[in-house]
Design a protein around this ligand. Structure first.
Ligand code: FES
Length: 565
């Protein structure tokens, strides 16, 4: 046996005789028809997240075939293997509950199996973060390939796409502006093909942000799922993975503090999902890098929203692709970026910006002189109601509601919300603040995307489209409204949100970045002493691990034992 350490020689199963371990491994893999020549090559693992339950990854088989072609063209041996797949609408109680489990699956399968580099194929919201978290911990050369966005559909001449338009049409149905027949017909048009959501939701956000991080082929974020461009990106990704293996280009060389700042700039400039903050924080935490909410807010003050996609703007991902994709945005952001940050190509971000195709007239990515929104899409709020921070996606909210005081209309839990929000007896006006408690990471609901509280039916039927809503939940990146999220510490562990009562006054100031509960300290102390913590049932298995180990939003909701010290 040779003294080789790469390819099939890596991570041999322990029998106490390494020669026999390799002999046995080769014997088994030859059962699949491989030759010694093939088995002598560098191996590129390809993570398959295809699943019948995940239409956002419905093109996985085609992508894997193209990645394999790219790997073989570059002289490597491709080996695809499955990990957990998570789709937003097919994960109970939430996809967020399973993200860390998927990251552990990714990390351990990269470590356990012999490979010299790995292609991370993901798309739907939690999958790209989980892949990057696992790959960052495993620290093997890794490159991300997203499945690509779905196409848009058409309903009675109106262009529609998931999932901003899903929410818009459902809100119209609740307000009795459209009937059951129409809402059923539009249901056929909202998701016009396989691929991830076509607006700047969490999936598109993570695709663009991953390109900004340097962990993706330049220009790789925007090609729709069912296009030839997407397949070409897959083939080139496979070839690049072989080069990364030869160069030993590991994630810790790319995922630096500067790279995360670049990613935050991209997130702010695309009007990206608030979920992106949680995910970037979690990925950074795997490398011992702390993303600070105050730094995010400071970056937001001089990073304008430039990409005109829903829900902050008007277009869809396929339009961003036709406009030139993320490289056009990076060129526009150039003066704000750390240009020395390394990318998967082995070149710096600055070098990649210089190599990108020349720009042309388009109106999807605006120049910095004519932004969609003058500041970044997300602002960080603090105050006695959120001492550890809360977020508002200001670019998708109503500025008329930014500076005001309101009466709290409190829902103790998601069940309480479902039971009472549409009651004709609910004491609520359009000027009130809807407050939802116990929807954070340790609530037993695993921080669902419930922060987009529905407008109470009696108000929506009277024409109310937006209200201030406050919770410790998350919000889908495809949602919009004046919504304060990720309030931390969460109510379920006794955070100040748990002390809010019906009728309390709350002050919101986006300009001053403030969220204050206007109740005197003596009364709050009295309520605090009477507080009884929630004790959600989680007595076995993964749920028990989750409840024991999940961290708060500002720490990325990762497990305490997975972060790098
Ligand atoms: Fe998969 Fe939106 S449901 S990306």
């Amino acid at each position: 046996m040779s003294g080789k350490k790469d390819g099939l020689h890596k991570g041999l199963t322990t029998y106490g005789d390494t020669g026999f371990s390799l002999f046995l491994r080769k014997a088994f893999i030859k059962g699949a028809g491989y030759t010694d020549d093939a088995l002598d090559r560098r191996i590129v693992g390809i993570i398959d997240t295809g699943s019948a339950f995940n239409p956002c990854h419905g093109n996985s088989a085609q992508l894997i075939e193209a990645v394999k072609r790219g790997v073989m063209l570059a002289g490597g041996l491709p080996m695809d293997f499955p990990v957990i797949s998570i789709h937003e609408s097919f994960a109970s109680p939430t996809s967020m509950f399973l993200r860390n489990l998927m990251s552990m699956d990714v990390e351990e399968m990269i470590r356990a199996q012999p490979m010299d580099a790995v292609v991370l194929i993901g798309g739907c919201d939690k999958t790209v973060p989980a892949l990057l978290m696992g790959a960052a911990s495993a620290n093997l050369p890794a490159i991300t390939l997203v499945t690509g966005a779905m196409l848009t559909g058409s309903h009675e001449g109106v262009r529609v796409g998931a999932c901003t338009d899903c929410r818009r049409y459902w809100a119209r149905f609740r307000a009795q502006e459209i009937d059951a027949d129409e809402v059923s017909r539009v249901n056929n048009q909202l998701v016009a093909s396989v691929g991830f959501c076509s607006v700047m939701g969490t999936a598109s956000t993570m695709a663009c942000v991953t390109e900004g991080l340097g962990m993706m082929l330049p220009g790789g974020a925007s090609a729709p799922a069912v296009t030839a461009d997407r397949i070409r990106v897959a083939e080139r990704t496979g070839s690049l993975a072989v080069e990364m293996a030869a160069d030993g280009l590991t994630p810790d060389k790319i995922l630096t503090a500067d790279a995360f700042e670049n990613a935050l700039r991209v997130l702010l400039a695309i009007g990206g999902s608030t979920n992106g903050i949680i995910h970037l924080t979690a990925i950074a935490g795997r490398l011992g890098i702390k993303l600070d909410l105050d730094r995010l807010d400071a970056l937001g003050r001089d990073t304008p929203v430039l990409v005109d996609l829903k829900p902050s703007g008007q277009y869809y991902m396929e339009d961003l692709h036709k406009a030139g994709g993320v490289p056009v945005l990076l060129r526009e952001l150039r003066p704000l970026l750390h240009l020395d940050a390394l990318t998967v190509t082995g070149r710096t971000l600055g070098e990649e910006i210089d190599r990108a195709a020349a720009g042309f007239a388009q109106d999807v990515v605006r120049p910095r002189t004519n932004p969609i929104y003058p500041q970044g899409g997300i602002a960080v709020l603090r105050g006695n109601l959120a001492p550890n921070g809360a977020l508002i996606k200001q670019s998708a909210a109503d500025p008329k509601l930014f500076e005001r005081e309101g009466r709290a209309v409190v829902f103790e839990s998601l069940d309480d919300l479902a039971a009472r929000i549409d009651s004709p007896d609910l004491d609520v006006t359009a000027d009130d603040f809807l407050v939802l408690k116990n929807a954070g990471p340790k609530s037993g609901y695993a921080m669902p995307e419930a922060g987009y509280l529905p407008i109470p039916t009696k108000l929506s039927r009277a024409g109310v489209k937006d209200m201030v809503r406050i919770s410790d939940a998350r919000m889908s990146g495809t949602a919009f409204g004046t919504i304060v999220l990720h309030v931390s510490p969460e109510a379920a562990i006794g955070g100040p949100l748990s002390l809010v009562k019906n009728g309390d006054r709350i002050r919101l100031s986006v300009a001053q970045r403030k969220l204050e509960l206007l109740v005197d300290e003596a009364e709050l102390a009295r309520r605090r002493s009477a507080y009884k913590p929630l004790q959600p049932k989680a007595d076995r298995g993964y749920a028990k691990l989750y409840m024991r180990s999940v961290l708060q939003a500002e720490e990325g909701c990762d497990f305490d034992f997975l972060r790098k010290a």
